[in-house]
Design a protein around this ligand. Structure first.
Ligand code: SIN
Length: 557
């Protein structure tokens, strides 16, 4: 197995006992921060699908929103967050994120995060829908700076064991009977490591697997963002909430052969203008805030301009900035576009919208508890309700830090309450091995992914309608039935097994989004229905909840 000890990965063939107090799945900002918090109390194991250096968090460019500027307050940040969330935010969860975010960011600075600074304060920048300049950043590589600091602390921590290249397939659960009810309990996960499926038993488990952008053909997310955590949680019986609310970022790079790559909103925050193929600046036609209108508005405007001009992208123009300033402020964007032959101090940047962030996910309370005992969730895969129907820019790293700590502390407390001999007493035969998938599929997996992405982009993307959603739901069910899971304990997992598993996860996640989008017959935040274009507060100040064990539910706020 691969155990990460520092920058390199050390191979070990030891038949290491994998059991642990707190198991964390995922190595983005939420998982790392949870690991540090839990390790103050108990032994921690963190598993990651590839390496510590790959996660959605690492690619976060804009920054961390935090109410630390002299003209800013917690109340203003809460208000902006709730306005962006279009009436669906859980206000208590938002207040916690915003107020606890201040010490979380300060401690990052104390730990060595080298954010851009001006005098005695961070150099706060502006992003859309913020009433104040409150974005702390490190050029356009804030996610990397943040995760680098957290990774170093994790690697220096003797109580945290990191195991790389370990793919969590499904949770290990059992049913606990109490006097008048049944409670599902989580005991860890099955994971593929070193070519074997192995149980990793844990007294408490934290899901922190991040996002799902890769289910769409255009996305700002990296390859690892295949929605695995959403799918595994759904299969285990977690409550999944607000899954219709996918945020599409208006500006992802659109260049032949270029990978998924975000062009940060901060570029528009610093005066970048959007123009169509015939050179018209168009955002003022769509919204009084122009380029800094909410993301869903800008994404729909770009899509409309692409439709009107018959051209597959629009352009972002920052040629008013000097080359020196661009290199200092947006070094990653400058270098990446330069690799594709653009000098963005002279050339306009081809962009179009892409899937960026999931506002919904595994329902948790403010203590990050899910409806399964012993299973906690934090970061993008979780839904505490802090984002409502649309996330305010740069609130995601903040959420990871704040709820990562909460998950770590609560999971550690739960683990400590369980006797030390408990894990070895667990009899694997009594667990629900709910889903183990055959690695075999009649279908060509790449074609499955292409078909899924095409139908999602067409019908479950920036604009949706009943007709299109129905078509996609049927498509997904048909494709899914051809790579149906069936129990098998004798597989030898290989690379294609993992790819098949990821594909099944993507299909399940896509199905959850489509199903929820069909149920919500209105438009709100990231969810736009062309057949119900208005926000309907009379009927829809409610949330859609899916659980595999019962019919979809509409949860009143
Ligand atoms: C960006 O830099 O535009 C993304 C920031 C975010 O999604 O919060």
């Amino acid at each position: 197995m691969d155990i990460e000890t520092d920058d390199s990965v050390v191979k070990s063939n030891d038949p290491i006992n994998l059991d642990t107090d707190v198991l964390i799945i995922g190595s983005g900002a939420a998982g790392l921060r949870a690991a540090l918090a839990a390790s103050e109390h108990v032994e921690v194991t963190l598993i990651t699908k590839t390496t510590l250096k790959e996660s959605n968090s690492i690619y976060a460019q804009g920054g961390i929103a935090v109410a630390m500027n002299i003209d800013d307050t917690v109340d203003l940040h809460v208000e902006d967050t709730c306005n962006a969330g279009c009436g669906l935010c859980d206000v208590t969860a938002v207040e916690i994120m915003v107020s606890e975010g201040i010490p979380r960011v300060s401690e990052l600075v104390d730990w060595g995060a080298n954010f851009d600074w001006e005098g005695t304060l961070p150099r706060f920048t502006q992003e859309a829908a913020h009433s104040r300049k409150r974005i702390v950043h490190k050029g356009d590589a804030t996610g990397r700076e943040t995760t680098d600091v957290l990774i170093q602390k994790v690697l220096n921590n003797d109580r945290i064991r990191v195991i790389s290249n370990t793919f969590a397939t499904d949770f290990i659960t059992s049913i606990e009977n109490t006097s008048n009810s049944e409670q599902k309990v989580c005991h860890g996960v099955y994971a593929i490591l070193n070519g074997e499926i192995r149980p990793i038993l844990a007294k408490a488990t934290i899901l922190a697997t991040g996002g799902l952008g890769k289910i769409y053909p255009c996305t700002s997310n990296p390859e690892v963002a295949t929605g695995d955590g959403f799918a595994a949680a759904w299969r285990a019986g977690c409550n999944m909430i607000d899954m219709e609310f996918v945020q599409f970022h208006p500006t992802t790079l659109y260049l032949n052969n270029a990978p998924s790559f975000l062009i940060s909103e901060a570029v528009r925050g610093e005066g970048g203008k959007l123009v169509n193929i015939i050179g018209e600046q168009f955002m003022d036609k769509y919204h009084e805030k122009g380029e800094l209108a909410p993301r869903d508005v800008v994404s729909r405007a770009i899509q409309n301009e692409m439709y009107l001009t018959g051209f597959p992208c629009v352009y972002l123009d920052i040629t008013h900035m000097t080359q020196d300033y661009i290199i200092e402020r947006f070094p990653t964007i400058y270098e990446t576009t330069k690799n594709y032959g653009l000098d963005i101090s002279k050339d306009v940047i081809p962009v179009r919208p892409g899937a960026h962030f999931m506002m919904g996910g595994v329902q948790t309370n403010i203590e990050t508890e899910t409806n399964i005992k012993g299973l906690y969730a934090c970061g993008e895969v979780a839904c505490t309700g802090v984002h409502g129907a649309n996330r305010l820019a740069s609130n995601s790293l903040l959420e990871c830090l704040v709820y990562g700590v909460r998950a770590g502390v609560n999971a550690a407390e739960h683990a400590s309450s369980i006797g030390s001999s408990k894990l070895s007493e667990l009899d694997m035969e009594h667990f629900d091995v709910t889903q183990e998938f055959s690695p075999e599929s009649e279908l060509d997996i790449q074609s499955v992914k292409d078909a899924m992405r095409e139908t999602l982009w067409e019908n479950v993307g920036i604009e949706r309608s009943e007709e299109g959603l129905e078509v996609t739901l049927q498509d997904l069910e048909l494709i899914g039935s051809n790579i149906k899971p069936h129990a098998t304990k004798t597989v030898t997992p290989n690379t294609s097994y993992i790819e098949n598993y990821e594909t099944i996860n993507m299909l399940a996640t896509a199905w959850l989004i489509t199903k929820s989008a069909l149920i919500r017959t209105e438009s709100r935040g990231g969810h736009y229905r062309s057949d119900y274009p208005e926000q309907n507060d009379n009927d829809w100040l409610n949330r859609v909840l899916l659980n595999k064990d019962f019919e979809p539910d509409i949860v009143c706020l």
